[in-house]
Design a protein around this ligand. Structure first.
Ligand SMILES: Cc1ncc(COP(=O)(O)O)c(C=O)c1O
Length: 333
């Protein structure tokens, strides 16, 4: 493992969801990474403990990253940079792209009020978020590189981090998280979580294999991109190189379903909303509509199909501020 710096409050709570378990007829537990305690909580704090340690080790005075305008990653990374005195820049797109939004929300979402949810919190951390409304993923990447080059040409020592903090260094946060769980509970039969940029899934899957766990790591994809498992395999290769291991994971080693992605990243859906309501109704726990709501819809779908034998851990990865983002009121469908 590379160096680590303390950022989050850990261990985060892990508890049984007794009313939900009764409702579903399955044994369901929850890992509360919505309560990581740093900058509004969420899974990114785990990655940042390793990423910020690395940024400080190399003497970075600026961080450049990328993501969506309502990105939880940008919020948490921006706050971490603030705390450690590093200038922070993020290239941020207004996904889904306007034509996608027109298809899913003819009444105009997301063109309304920009200053909602995570965008407000980013203001509090003084983050430099460069808004790129219409850009594609590749264009956002180019813009992030341009920002980094511009800073470098001014003599700055830039630490560039991909969207979601999903590098081998960041993914170590989720390998370490498995030790945290082992101190809290006996091994689970499966862990269900939302998958985006893949650091969470790669860290858990890799860590599970490294530690010889029998737990199935079930990733619920929050975008319509089944080919992402190729990226996870590449990231696992980077972990092999970083940690001096040779697990040689390939795409087939990652369990990922796109069945609950509702057609794409940030696209709202009735199924997601209903899943969010189930957890509020049974346990009083809020999810978000972009990641954890879809992940939980996946858990419900798998439970109802009888595919969650034994004990299941649902990993709540955060995202609470998105509930206050533009266009995110519960809807009549
Ligand atoms: C709330 C939440 N859950 C899950 C994820 C997905 O994690 P990963 O990017 O490591 O796949 C994210 C990523 O932004 C997130 O913000």
């Amino acid at each position: 493992m590379t160096e680590r710096i303390s950022i989050i409050c850990s261990p985060t709570p892990l508890h049984r969801l007794s009313r939900l378990s009764e409702h579903l007829g399955c044994e369901i537990w929850i890992k509360r990474d919505d309560l990581t305690g740093f900058a509004g909580g969420g899974n990114k704090g785990r990655k940042l403990e390793f990423l910020m340690a690395e940024a400080l080790r190399v003497g970075a005075d600026a961080v450049v990253t990328r993501g969506a305008w309502q990105s939880n990653w940008i919020r948490q990374c921006g706050a971490a940079c603030r705390v450690f005195g590093i200038e922070f820049h993020a290239a941020a797109a207004m996904w889904p792209y306007p034509d996608e939004a027109r298809k899913t929300r003819p009444d105009g979402w997301p063109d309304g009020n920009l200053w909602t949810g995570n965008a407000v919190l980013n203001k509090w951390t003084g983050a430099n978020v460069h808004l790129l409304p219409d850009m594609t993923f590749d264009q956002v990447e180019e813009e992030a590189q341009r920002i980094a080059e511009d800073l470098r040409s001014k003599g700055r020592n830039v630490f560039s981090i991909p969207g979601g903090g999903s590098t081998a260094i960041g993914a170590q946060g989720f390998i370490a998280a498995l030790d945290e769980i082992a101190m809290q509970q006996d091994e689970f039969d499966q862990i269900v979580f939302g998958s985006g940029s893949g650091g969470t899934q790669t860290g858990l899957t890799y860590g599970g294999r490294l530690k010889g766990l029998r737990t199935r790591m079930l990733g619920i994809c929050t975008d319509d991109e089944p080919e992402m498992v190729e990226d996870f395999a590449a990231l696992a290769g980077d972990l092999d190189a970083l940690l001096g291991q040779s697990l040689n994971l390939n795409a087939e080693d990652f369990w990922l379903t796109t069945e609950y992605c509702a057609g794409g990243y940030q696209v709202p859906s009735q199924e997601t909303q209903e899943a969010m309501e189930v957890l509020v109704d049974t346990e009083g726990i809020f999810l978000d509509p972009v990641y954890t709501g879809k992940a939980f819809a996946g858990l419900l779908g798998l439970a109802r199909a009888g595919e969650l034998p034994g004990r299941t851990l649902f990993w709540h990865t955060g995202g609470f501020p998105v509930l206050f983002a533009d266009g995110r009121l519960p809807r009549e469908w």
